[in-house]
Design a protein around this ligand. Structure first.
Ligand SMILES: Cc1cc2nc3c(=O)[nH]c(=O)nc-3n(C[C@H](O)[C@H](O)[C@H](O)COP(=O)(O)OP(=O)(O)OC[C@H]3O[C@@H](n4cnc5c(N)ncnc54)[C@H](O)[C@@H]3O)c2cc1C
Length: 581
């Protein structure tokens, strides 16, 4: 593996010939002022930044440190600092790039024609998976519950996702499967100890030969993803019927991400309706389960992670939860994956704004550093505000997850996570684009991290509940469980009277939500306002130095639609707070 990260340095000399390692070594042996009789040196590289690497993703992130302290994970500070140093190292950042430059490949059969359904990954992908699991990103709040457990895990996930987002998919699904599997104690007893173990074992062998397992999720079919009730995959009882019993599943799944997982939570139609099943890759007798990968998806983003189309040809699965209650059973898994989408998209924004600020700090145009040019300072500040607001809301929900035994916090998880998933994921693509533009032409190039961030950005918004579906879920939560809306207003009212604009914002929301009739037609408008109201509350509650700027630009907004339209805001202070070094 070539770890010669960032070999081009500012002020270096470029010749018309290549400048590989040998050329560098050769020129290094010459005196700096050696004559250049052949005219090979055409220019000096001037005004080009040093790549952002070898920085501590925790220590350099004031918003993250504040959130960790505030939301109850102060105890994790030292470990998070050590983890941040590792994640921000040039070596780790390059692992993330490698995992995406070398996408996974599928072998349906071995060389002699035996069915294997094997997905091969680049070693960098495996390194990322191994670290994520060893650090407990897939399980720590379940295995070591304590004050701030979700907050500390979210902080780690946030840093690791800045390095690479794709491997987060199986990590999240494994993490999110735990509450779902707990509803079926007999299966939980067998599977959970190895699902939550800090052991990464990527071998394509039966689960009982492994100490560590990963879990995927297969709901979506060709005829419907949002509307899983349209699923046609059938489940037929092998012997006895009911929860924990064995069934055979026949049908297909149009999206199955991380198909090398050891088992999948799958929705299929049983006689009493849509039901959840745990489907292993291998049968307990050591033969391959009839869960066949047809092909891998060709994705615009999330490239390091494999996503597949599969067919179930009588695949063995055990019923999880009650027959006909499949959506209710799997919903807690879906809820946790939605929370991780909030972390993942917040992390994408953080990496983007860190790259943009760091570039503009070093790059001059018209003789002045970009960071000092007022329009650019405002754009960078606005990007930083968006990123910090996303993190503040995410960490507020992480805290609520740590306190679900309290009615207010539990209700806040239900509505706040739906709002946060909708809003943060939807804000990320525009944010990635604007950050890319700050870097100019080099931001468009594939050797920059920006194209990867840009292509990754829409993915979280689409899966686990696309935008409109999230709005419908918000409406459902409010209608079915009015306490969720009460918790929302209790949360924003608790920071009220700080700003007349926020008070007016909340009052108009209350008026609009008094009657939910015709909600669908106005759902985007209402959900957007719910989101900015909750982010504002999170920032004010946090005492964040950007709270006032958020209120001015997102609540008192003068109708600006692009980043950088800030009025009356101390942009430079905000940019300095967000600068990664
Ligand atoms: C990279 C990737 C990986 C994935 N991995 C998995 C996986 O591992 N397991 C899995 O089960 N699925 C997976 N999915 C599938 C994903 O969950 C679905 O694509 C998603 O749920 C949307 O379903 P759909 O594609 O069928 O779109 P549709 O359901 O057809 O929706 C299309 C659009 O219509 C909107 N819409 C739907 N209903 C309404 C309505 N009532 N009113 C207004 N608008 C509406 C949606 O918001 C969306 O914008 C993955 C998807 C992607 C992109």
């Amino acid at each position: 593996m070539d770890l010669a990260y960032g070999s081009a340095r500012p002020g270096g000399r470029e010749g018309s010939a290549g400048h590989g390692r040998n050329d560098i070594m050769a020129s290094a042996s010459k005196p700096a002022s050696a004559p250049d009789p052949y005219g090979a040196v055409t220019h000096e590289v001037l005004n080009q930044p040093v790549e952002l690497a070898d920085y501590n993703l925790y220590d350099s992130d004031a918003a993250l440190k504040d959130a960790v302290r505030r939301e109850g994970a102060q105890w994790a500070t030292n470990a998070l600092g050590a983890f941040g140093a590792r994640m921000g190292s040039a070596e780790w950042l390059e692992q993330g790039a490698f995992a995406n430059k070398n996408p996974p490949e599928l072998d349906t059969h071995d060389r002699y024609g035996r069915r294997v359904d094997l997905v091969r990954f680049h070693p960098s992908y495996h390194s990322l998976m191994k670290t994520a699991i060893e650090e407990g990103l897939h399980a720590s709040p379940w295995t070591e519950p304590r004050e701030g457990a979700h907050v500390a895990r979210a902080a780690r996930y946030y840093m690791q996702t800045q390095v690479e987002a794709g491997h987060g998919c199986p990590i999240t699904m494994t993490f999110a499967s735990v509450p779902c599997l707990r509803t079926q104690p007999d299966l939980a007893q067998t599977w959970l100890p190895r699902i939550t173990a800090r052991v990464y074992d990527p071998r394509n062998v039966p689960a009982d030969q492994k100490q560590g397992l990963t879990i995927g999720m297969a709901m979506t079919e060709k005829q419907g993803g949002s509307d899983v009730r349209a699923n046609t995959t059938r489940a037929i009882a092998v012997g006895r019927e009911g929860p924990g019993a064995a069934y055979e599943l026949v049908g297909h799944k149009y999206f199955v991400s991380a198909p090398m997982c050891d088992a999948f939570l799958v929705l299929a139609q049983a006689p009493a309706g849509l039901t959840c099943f745990l489907v292993p890759r291998w049968r307990p007798d050591g033969t391959k389960n009839q869960l066949q990968i047809i092909r891998l998806k060709r994705k615009m983003g999330n490239v390091s992670n494999a996503s597949s189309e599969t067919e179930l040809r009588g695949a063995l699965g055990w019923m999880v939860g009650k027959e006909g209650r499949g959506v209710a059973t799997i919903i807690e898994m879906v809820a946790m994956t939605r929370f991780d989408c909030m972390i993942g998209s917040s992390a994408g924004m953080r990496r983007a704004v860190a790259e943009a600020i760091d570039h503009c700090r070093q790059r001059k145009a018209f003789g002045v550093y970009l960071i000092d040019q007022p329009i650019m300072t405002a754009v960078l500040a606005d990007l930083a505000i968006e990123a910090e607001a996303a993190l503040a809301l995410t960490m507020r929900i992480a805290r609520a997850l740590d306190h679900r035994d309290e009615a207010h916090e539990d209700a806040l998880v239900r509505l706040g996570a739906a709002i946060g998933k909708y809003w943060i994921c939807k804000r990320t693509p525009g944010h990635a684009y604007e950050a890319l533009e700050c870097i100019g032409g080099s931001g468009v190039m594939e050797d920059s991290p920006m194209p990867r961030l840009y292509r990754e950005a829409p993915v979280n918004a689409v899966w686990e509940g696309s935008g409109n579906v999230q709005c419908l879920d918000i409406a459902r939560a409010i209608a079915k469980t009015p306490q969720t809306l009460e918790a929302y207003f209790a949360e924003v009212d608790s920071v009220g009277r700080q700003s007349a604009a926020l008070d007016a914002h909340v009052a108009s929301l209350k008026a609009d939500l008094r009657d939910l009739s015709g909600f669908e037609a106005r759902a985007r408008d209402v959900c957007d306002r719910l989101a900015v109201g909750l982010q504002a509350a999170a920032l004010v509650r946090a005492g964040s130095p950007i709270a006032d700027a958020y209120l001015r630009s997102r609540i008192e907004s003068r109708g600006a639609h692009n980043y950088g339209a800030l009025v009356g805001v101390d942009c430079r202070t905000i940019v300095d707070r967000a600068a990664p070094r």
